[in-house]
Ligand binder design. Sequence first.
Ligand code: CP3
Length: 364
Amino acid sequence: MEQTFPPLKNDLLLRAARGEQTERAPVWVMRQAGRYLPEFRETRKDHEFFEMCRTPELATEVTLQPIRRYKGLVDAAIIFSDILVIPQAMGMEVLMNPGPFFPDPLDTPSDVSKLSPTVDVDKELGYVFKAITRTRTMLEGDVPLIGFCGAPWTLMGYMIEGGSSKTLQKAKTWLFKYPEESNALLFRIADICVDYLVGQVKAGAQLLQVFDSNAGDLSPYDFITFSLPTLKHIASKLRERLTSQSLPSVPLTLFAKGASPTLAARAGFDTIGLDWTVDPRDVASLPVEVALQGNLDPSVLFGGREAIEREVCRMSQAFLAARGGVCRGWIANLGHGITPGVEPDDLKFFFECVHKYSSPGSKA
Ligand code: CP3
């Protein structure tokens, strides 16, 4: 059953995600609830990272912090959580000290038997659903709420490496040495992603984003072989389930960092996230119905106002050119998450520049 929430006052994000033309680009940033904000650090100093994820009051509070600070400038909220809650739900211990750490990662395929045979997402991840419902209510319809999960390949990487890894050598060894077992694990994760995302929509999420942050570590062939089928599975099963349960057919975004956008587009999501290594004009051949999200280099936010304005202007011209000179199907964002150390007023200036330069009439 779907809940009732206050009516949405700003639907720019949802219209752009459906490939529609908008008066300007909607804008939000990945990791907008994070350590660059003093109010986040203040809340965080008294709580462990995953304690914050598991406590709906705290998750809601930090989700709303950037919405309050950048009222009228930011066009979406993203629920505060982490992609690693799925491995936790599968029975793995995950700590954050300060990066992700799995004390007992998967070493060989026989370790997969240590994972819970089935995952009841309401039981294991109900705290996320509660945080979503609470946040959506407290947003009072100001902006839409984004839900998310990690892509199977990215999650499998963390489960095998036991944390962040530069080379993903262990996880990639699995792909080449145990392709069948890898595929089985990837699809097992994909099915949990589907249940989890359906639960998020039931709870009130209005757009969903899947993060395949490690996609760029795969060759195009291996992305097609191992990751893409699970992403297609997620998009198609999710849509089927939303329809059969009479839930809203929310737009789906795929952020496959480092993967070729034309390959990523084959997964069948509504929006494709671009990292900053992509020139939007180079993906102009994608159908205009496929929306694009991105893609300012997060480091530009350290470059001062002049650089921010110049680069937002340049980015806007590239996205408008890619869409035939109009602002159509473009969601402005960074090309990856915002990093600690950014001056919050510089992010405010970034938002103001997007408002200024993303409408076709604006002049450099
Ligand atoms: O975007 C948002 O504001 C919503 C919250 C969010 C977090 N993590 C909070 C977080 C989202 C969408 C994520 C996704 C996530 N988590 C990804 C995919 C996006 C990406 O960056 O590629 C990944 C790979 C993770 C795993 C993860 N969580 C890592 C590698 C780290 C450490 C990185 C770092 O910046 O130190 C985290 C920790 C994390 N997740 C923080 C936040 C705010 C910082 C931790 C802290 O407060 O101590």
